[in-house]
Design a protein around this ligand. Structure first.
Ligand code: PBG
Length: 322
């Protein structure tokens, strides 16, 4: 005779299953990443990320309007600059695509949460996330530039800035610069545990940010490590991060859980471009069911402990969750 417990009793009807469901996924948990470029009337599909585009500001405003109607409440903006140089000067120009987009979105949709990615890799000719000297990515000389980028986004009206560069000390440098410039209310979402991952491939194609020499392993984390993620998160919190992020999400669900259990702070996870591309490619071949798989993946990231999920599926998922 087996135990008298029968877990199947609570799986018999949809209402009972819903009553005992532990994890709830809501459109308000999702952040929709978008790419903005210069020009007018532009909407150019990114080949490795079907359904994602480079938008000019006017077309971006249209896209976000449609997404908001479907329940998306928050966006993350990446800039696709016209020119790149050694100093990443397009990254902090007030008339560059990202600040222009922030101003336009905040003017059009007052309750939208606008987050901006703060990094140099899309803006540097060498494609690294920091200043390069003698073939090495320099940590401390990069910090004032990142701070300048963050302040330019805050000046445009960003609600949250999200540094993704992985330089040591950048959260503190950005916090101080924001406060000095009068933006004490702008929050920092730090890409705290960001791994040197193969899953960023499609994104690097999207913003042409693949490093021109070497790789990012001298600043992004070794995929083999998880104690180190706790160190990184601890430092960013000490420096003033309001939300911390683990990135990518799916190969790092254990890290998400450890960070949540250890710190109990608002936690984001980035369901990155390669994770998106794998799902879309398999669904297009009819090998998996697209919609069910999207919701299962996003639920698993929430279940692991993430409060917020950055995902290219945001618009579709919000629609499915209504
Ligand atoms: C820039 C940055 C990257 C991503 C977000 N910000 C790429 C990288 O580190 O090369 C990846 C996002 C994705 O793959 O969806 N530092």
């Amino acid at each position: 005779m087996f135990s008298l417990a029968r877990p199947r009793r609570l799986r018999r009807t949809p209402v009972i299953r819903e009553m005992v469901r532990e994890t709830v996924l809501l459109p308000s948990d999702l952040v929709y990443p978008l790419f903005v470029r210069s020009g007018v009337g532009a909407r150019v599909e990114i080949s490795a990320m079907p359904g994602n585009y480079h938008f000019s500001v006017d077309r971006l405003v249209e896209e976000v309007g449609a997404a908001s109607e479907e329940g998306v409440r928050s966006v993350l903006l990446f800039g696709v600059p016209d020119r790149k140089d050694e100093e990443a000067s397009e990254a902090f120009r007030d008339e560059a695509p990202v600040p222009m987009a922030v101003r336009a979105l905040k003017a059009a949709y007052s309750d939208l949460c606008v987050i901006t990615d703060v990094c140099l890799c899309a803006y540097t000719s060498h494609g690294h996330c920091g200043v390069v000297k003698e073939g090495e990515v320099q940590n401390d000389p990069t910090l004032p530039i990142l701070a300048r980028v963050a302040v330019s986004h805050a000046r445009a009206g960003a609600d949250i800035v999200a540094p993704s560069d992985m330089m040591d000390g950048r959260v503190g440098a950005i916090r101080e610069a924001l406060d000095d410039a009068g933006y004490a209310g702008v929050a920092i979402l730090s890409y705290a545990a960001k791994y040197a991952s193969a899953f960023y491939g499609p994104f690097r194609e999207a913003v042409a940010s693949a490093p021109q020499f070497g790789d990012r392993r001298s600043y992004q984390m070794d995929p083999a490590n998880s104690d180190e993620a706790l160190v990184e998160v601890g430092l960013d919190l000490e420096e003033g991060a309001d939300i911390v992020m683990v990135k990518p999400a799916l190969s790092y669900l254990d890290v998400i859980r450890r960070v949540k259990d250890t710190y109990g702070v608002p936690l984001a996870a980035y369901n990155v471009s390669g994770e998106f591309a794998m799902l879309v490619a398999a669904a297009d071949r009819g090998w998996i069911e697209r919609e069910r798989t999207i919701l299962e993946i996003l639920t698993s990231i929430r279940r692991a402990g993430a409060d917020i999920i950055l995902t290219y599926h945001a618009r579709e998922a919000a629609r499915l969750l209504r």
